[in-house]
Design a protein around this ligand. Structure first.
Ligand code: SF4
Length: 232
């Protein structure tokens, strides 16, 4: 399965809208200026909007919050190079979505099958906190990600901000779909939205999100997709 990056534009399938990512996007002035500062401090870091990664024809889209300073912002691949990716890629590998349980650099041969990973906000925000306006500003990119899902697909929202951003992208009402870990929400075209606490260092270290809790969410997704856990 192909994996989308800026350097390797996704070849559009007739049924799959072309993603509209723009590596030069600076619509959020605060974030663009912050990236300029971080690029000066860490000249080896990518410091650009981070594109989605994974199978462009995936039935499962995983939506995170935003690139981490020393993870996706540095490597250019979601959840790659920092703590937040450890549990995520371990779990994706255990469920047959990832070719490896490790994702440390964007140069490794890791591939995803039937799964794609993106973020609600494509640029690194200060203190990992995008403003509501920045979430809205970036939402057309997320809407393009969500639009690649086939009918009956699944979205896994990692945290409340990802949940809310997905609802905006799908034009669903937040009051009809409150965030809760382990919750499932029926959206348009048979797409189901699954909620999980974010697999951040804080949440995993404090036990707010345990590996067993995370696996239970993936079990529910697998049941929705009629997918055998051993399917690679
Ligand atoms: S967060 Fe999104 S909309 Fe804002 S500058 Fe980055 S890519 Fe553009």
């Amino acid at each position: 399965m192909a994996n989308g990056t800026y350097c390797q534009p996704i070849v559009p399938d007739a049924a799959i809208p072309t993603p509209i990512y723009d590596a030069s996007c600076r619509r959020c002035l605060r974030l663009a200026r912050f990236l300029d500062e971080v690029r000066t401090a860490y000249p080896r870091y990518r410091c650009l909007p981070v594109p989605p990664f994974g199978d462009p024809a995936a039935r499962l889209l995983i939506v995170g919050l935003a690139p981490g300073m020393h993870g996706a912002n540095a490597t250019g691949r979601p959840f790659t190079g920092d703590f937040a990716g450890i549990l995520l890629y371990e779990t994706l590998h255990a469920y047959g979505y990832a070719s490896s349980p490790l994702s440390r650099t964007a140069e490794d041969p890791l591939t995803l099958a039937d799964c794609r990973i993106t973020n609600s906000v494509k640029c690194l925000p200060p203190e990992n906190k995008p403003t509501p306006g920045e979430v809205r500003m970036c939402n057309d990119y997320l809407a393009a990600d969500v639009a690649t899902l086939p009918p009956g697909g699944a979205v896994l929202a990692l945290g409340r901000i990802a949940h809310d951003a997905t609802l905006i992208a799908l034009r669903a009402r937040r009051s009809d779909h409150p965030f809760a870990h382990g919750a499932r929400h029926e959206l348009r075209d048979g797409v189901a939205l699954f909620d999980s606490y974010h697999c951040s260092r804080y949440n995993t270290n404090t036990g707010r999100l345990t590996p067993a809790m995370f696996r239970a969410v993936f079990d529910a997704i697998g049941a929705h997709l009629d997918r055998d856990r051993s399917t690679a």
